[in-house]
Design a protein around this ligand. Structure first.
Ligand SMILES: Cc1cc2nc3c(=O)[nH]c(=O)nc-3n(C[C@H](O)[C@H](O)[C@H](O)COP(=O)(O)OP(=O)(O)OC[C@H]3O[C@@H](n4cnc5c(N)ncnc54)[C@H](O)[C@@H]3O)c2cc1C
Length: 484
């Protein structure tokens, strides 16, 4: 089973690499899914075949949150079925590139100065009001990080605030490998290509299970607890139009599985939604035609951002949101990253992107501008102006204050057309501090829990998914009662 699992994950890694981190096109195309319809005859056959079953916990979605919940619930003695609609596990967690955000991990407490859960909470809450949810996430982030390390995760580098892999390689690949191995070694009943379609409820509104579809048809898994861990909705254009229209029409860098299924299923049984218009877009993404690839690495490697007039319009440093917003305000809602050979030489990933054919290349800035169909004279002037930013370290116009290591004077020159992309969504099912899904009136929907991007989490990220997944596992163990 372990071997089969590993093979599945390696296939995922290869496919992600080949497709530039977008998930395999055979699943869906760019962020939409073909739902296989199950005929009434097949459903009746399944019922006749007695495929319906009963378990203690059914978890929908084998990304970071779902696998963490499955491992924790199993370790607490519960019988678990873990469902994944795609043929591969990992979801958007597999795409996470960089940081596990936490405070109070052993590594962080041993550092000088140490970085505690309190420090993380203060950084996350900023100038905002006291927030019990962020407090919960901060308080549990350290122990959850150490739990992952104890299961084999390489979270060995600390930059003073965030935790990363020891060699700076992709966070998500590592996490999904470790979580997948731990799901496998516990013999958890993982069912890929099995889509949850609907929650079942009893006459009191308690969730009693979930209806699923696989290649053979539809059946119902009845359970004492259902944990929704289906991720966000960045790859569902209709939901983006409805809830985060500010990012309509842009591609998605998230998994093709991020179609908001858990939100839809929760809504159907009376769950409340929260924070639905809030999202964390990627600022600079390259649209491959079958999904989008984050080019943050290019932005961090000395590139400048220009519009089709060949002029800069924002600082290239800083958080994604203001940059993404500035790009939406340019002609056509897109922009270009412009850089030189010094940037490509600086990171293996840059060379990899070049080899994949993402970049346009030319011997002079003017030739590059012509190839990209942007104003050549203006771009040449912009690049010349940028020499002064590099030479003085001061960007008087836009205040760029980091990643200024390339003077943009080493041919060949490169450019790539980019746009913002839908990446993570912050809104989702309203939950309490124990991952119970709530109704509009604040009452708990018995039997239903949610963890990760499917829930309204004040943000998104691997640590949020893993903290809440593990917590959901603990809570169901307490409420369902291991060994009952
Ligand atoms: C390009 C990129 C880079 C990122 N970098 C970082 C980073 O550096 N640090 C960080 O903290 N975060 C990062 N994130 C965000 C982070 O990866 C996610 O927010 C988080 O991992 C989401 O985890 P999840 O378990 O909630 O969802 P997912 O990992 O998406 O898992 C959900 C799973 O549920 C499955 N599913 C959905 N519907 C159904 C259904 N009906 N039936 C069965 N299965 C279903 C999906 O196929 C998927 O496998 C990044 C995201 C992207 C896109």
């Amino acid at each position: 089973m372990k071997k089969r699992w590993l093979a599945m994950f390696m296939a995922l890694v290869l496919l992600l690499t080949a497709a530039g981190c977008s998930q395999p096109a055979q699943e869906t195309g760019a962020g939409t899914e073909e739902q296989e319809t199950v005929s009434q005859a097949e459903t009746q056959q399944n019922e006749a075949d007695g495929r319906d079953e009963q378990t203690q916990v059914v978890i929908v979605g084998a990304g970071g949150a779902g696998m963490a919940a499955a491992i924790e619930a199993t370790d607490q003695g519960l019988e678990v079925i873990l469902l994944e609609k795609l043929s591969l596990i990992g979801g958007t967690t597999a795409m996470a590139s960089t940081a596990y955000n936490a405070g109070g991990m052993r590594l962080q407490l041993e550092a000088d100065p140490p970085y505690t859960a309190d420090d993380a909470y203060r950084d996350w809450v900023g100038d905002g009001e006291d927030d019990p949810f962020l407090r919960l996430l901060a308080d549990r982030s350290g122990a959850t990080g150490d739990w992952l390390v104890d299961m084999g995760a390489d979270l060995g580098q600390f930059n003073g605030k965030q935790v990363m892999t020891s060699d700076g390689s992709a966070l998500g690949n590592m996490l999904v490998t470790v979580l997948g191995d731990n799901v496998s070694s516990r013999d958890i009943d993982l069912r890929t290509e099995t889509r949850a379609t609907e929650l079942t409820v009893d006459e009191n509104g308690r969730v009693t299970g979930v209806q699923v579809e696989d290649k053979e048809g539809a059946y119902t898994i009845y359970a004492d607890a259902v944990i929704l861990a289906t991720g966000g909705f960045a790859s569902n254009p209709e939901m983006v139009d409805e809830y985060t229209p500010q990012w309509s029409g842009y591609p998605s860098t998230a998994s093709v599985g991020a179609t908001g299924d858990g939100i839809t299923m929760g809504l159907a049984v009376g769950a409340a939604l929260d924070d639905m218009d809030n999202a964390g877009p990627q600022s600079v993404a390259y649209d491959t035609g079958s999904g989008a690839v984050s080019l943050t690495n290019v932005r961090y490697n000395g590139a400048i951002l220009v519009n089709s007039d060949g002029v800069r319009f924002t600082s290239e440093s800083g958080p994604s949101m203001p940059i993404a917003t500035a790009i939406t305000e340019q002609e056509g809602g897109y922009a270009y990253l412009i850089f030189d050979q010094a940037s490509v030489d600086n990171a293996a990933l840059m060379q990899d992107y070049k080899d994949r054919g993402y970049f346009t290349e030319a011997e002079t800035v003017e030739e590059l501008a012509e190839a990209l169909e942007i104003n050549a004279e203006a771009l040449a002037q912009t690049v010349e102006n940028y020499h002064t930013v590099y030479d003085t370290g001061v960007d008087e116009e836009f205040g760029r204050n980091n990643h200024i290591f390339s003077r943009l004077d080493q041919a060949p020159y490169y450019g790539v057309k980019i746009s913002p992309a839908n990446q993570t969504t912050y809104g989702g099912l309203l939950i309490d501090l124990e991952t119970h899904v709530l109704r509009e009136d604040g009452t708990v929907i018995e039997g239903l829990y949610a963890a990760g991007e499917v829930a309204a989490c004040r943000g998104s990220g691997t640590s949020i998914a893993l903290v809440l997944g593990k917590l959901a596992g603990e809570v169901v163990a307490e409420e369902v009662g291991a060994g009952d």
